[in-house]
Design a protein around this ligand. Structure first.
Ligand SMILES: [Zn+2]
Length: 530
């Protein structure tokens, strides 16, 4: 295939821009001037009409499994109140057979007038005869009704697991909200979708990612049932996407399986199981992020540590010995200190070249920890849209001093590290253009023109690197992915606007026009040239 008459940014070390690419056997065979290539053998010629091409955009932190699950369950996103979510549940319950589980995702009490936790009472009124379990938008809290609590055997006597919290009312009864590891008590009771329905949902979720402009993701925490689905889809040729998978350590059966098996590649690199995901703490929205000092809006609460630091060290050494990369979720400043300490302890146990240890989120950092990433060789994997979504209420949680080390892209970059860019979908939209816009503007997509800590912004070039070459490096795939140099896999996106030169406000509205994964056309947008 010949793609020509374009403005093709190779994203190589020399910032080369060419007008023509040749794709042969799923890889880039030539990148240069049309005049220098013999076009006679081309099977397909795509006239790009002057449009911009960038290397495949990859989301370094997404949840395909959760995006697929969300398609099968109730959407509680965007609701303006507890009552509104309960109404949606009531409407769903009216159509579901009595006793059927009603799952869902997406509520966010920080969008509600009083910003208070919801309670089971509202769900009991809406659906008294169905177990209901709704995951908070960030996946770090579950809101259940009485039927679901009963099905899971949760009552006033239930002990809180390590790293979890069961919210209780003044009489000591569970309110229905379970934070972080306490959610597992409910998740164990909730039935899984059938393989057929789940495969269908994964296919739709991939379609959603492609339509958003992605060519691949790094999935941070997949479980065995999802991996089984990816395998079935790859074998049937129905996986037009790339997924670099970190398996979820919290799913014991998943890690037990891969600890035996080691890393795995499916279907010419469509799915690469290459990493282990650990969770050091919770999240800011549910006050589970582990902080050195109390939350400003919840004195005495310093968040939750989900896994003891020496356990991070132990699992890190175990995974690394098997050839897995290790990715640790750390949001609060205390979780980040503990995670970097754990890495330091692991590195002290012997030489461990090229470990590319990742800290997922690295959201709130002390001044002292910022230079440690570079020193230890740890890579921050960050989600720019979290910054622009959280800026409304992050100050209430953290206060002005700690905000200085929050979403501190420039402070990190200036120490010499790279930042893997992602969205954490379905917490945020999977659109890489929303992420690129947030990275360079540090402003929400809607509302007044209010930038936030503008000194921490990225340049456009850095932002695009964070979704291409830097993500390739952060998944040990830089020999195959990230740039459009000859020899690499032909993953690329034709864009509706030039991300490097268009007015800044337009970056968020860029759309994919044509997308190739492994040289195959996997998405055609409006005005597609092919
Ligand atoms: Zn995540």
């Amino acid at each position: 295939m010949l793609l020509t008459n374009g403005r093709i940014y190779l994203m190589d070390a020399w910032n080369t821009v060419v007008d023509t690419l040749v794709v042969r056997e799923a890889r880039i065979a030539f990148a240069g001037r049309r005049a220098d290539v013999n076009v006679s053998g081309a099977e397909e010629i795509v006239d790009l009409g002057g449009r911009v091409v960038v290397p495949g955009l990859v989301d370094a932190h997404g949840h395909l499994m959760h995006l697929a699950r969300a398609r099968l369950t109730l959407d509680a996103g965007g609701a303006g109140s507890e009552v509104e979510v309960a109404e949606r549940v009531g409407a769903r319950a009216a159509k579901a057979p009595r006793g059927e589980w009603l799952g869902g995702r997406g509520w966010d009490q920080n969008r509600w007038a009083d910003r208070q936790w919801p309670t089971r009472a509202a769900l009991d009124r809406a659906a008294p005869h169905h177990p209901v379990a709704l995951t908070r938008i960030d996946g770090h809290a579950t809101w259940a009704n009485s039927a679901a609590l009963a099905a899971a055997g949760i009552d006033r006597a239930t002990a809180e697991p390590t790293g979890g919290r069961i919210l209780k009312d003044e009489r000591g009864e569970p309110t229905g909200v379970l934070v972080d590891t306490a959610q597992r008590l409910i998740q164990r009771a909730e039935p899984r979708p059938s393989p057929e329905r789940f495969d269908q949902a994964v296919g739709e979720a991939i379609g959603e990612c492609l339509a958003a402009g992605l060519t691949g993701i790094h999935e941070m925490g997949a479980e065995l049932y999802a991996l089984a689905s990816y395998r079935r889809l790859v074998e049937r040729g129905l996986f037009p996407f790339r997924n670099y998978v970190a398996v979820a350590a919290r799913s014991e059966s998943t890690w037990a399986h891969y600890r035996e098996r080691g890393p795995e590649t499916l279907g010419d690199g469509r799915v690469v199981v290459g990493a282990l995901k650990l969770m050091a703490d919770g999240a800011l929205g549910s006050r589970g992020a582990a902080l050195h000092d109390s939350y400003c809006d919840d004195p005495g609460n310093t968040g939750l540590v989900l896994i003891p630091p020496d356990e991070i060290t132990r699992l890190t050494l175990e995974a690394a010995a098997l050839g897995f990369q290790v990715c640790v979720h750390a949001i609060g400043d205390r979780a980040n200190t503990l995670t970097l300490d754990a890495l330091e302890a692991a590195l002290a146990r012997g030489p461990w070249p090229d470990h590319r240890f990742r800290v997922e989120h690295a959201q709130i950092l002390t001044e002292r920890d910022i230079p440690r990433f570079r020193r230890l060789g740890a890579l921050p994997s960050m989600q720019a849209t979290h910054c622009t979504s959280d800026m409304e209420w992050a100050a209430e949680r953290l206060g002005p001093d700690r905000l200085r080390g929050a979403y501190a892209w420039r402070s990190l970059l200036s120490t010499g590290v790279i930042i893997a860019g992602g969205s954490d979908f379905p917490v945020e939209s999977p659109s890489p253009f929303h992420g690129l816009y947030a990275s360079v503007a540090r402003r929400p997509r809607s509302g007044e023109d209010r930038g936030w800590q503008p000194k921490q912004r990225m340049t456009r070039e850095e932002a695009v690197h964070s979704f291409t070459t830097w993500n390739a490096y952060a998944s040990r795939q830089e020999a195959d992915l990230g740039s459009l140099e000859p020899g690499k896999r032909a993953d690329l996106v034709v864009l509706s606007e030039d991300v490097f030169t268009c007015p800044e406000a337009l970056i968020k509205d860029i759309a994919p026009v044509l997308t190739l994964v492994g040289g195959e056309i996997v998405f055609r947008g409006a005005h597609s040239p092919a």
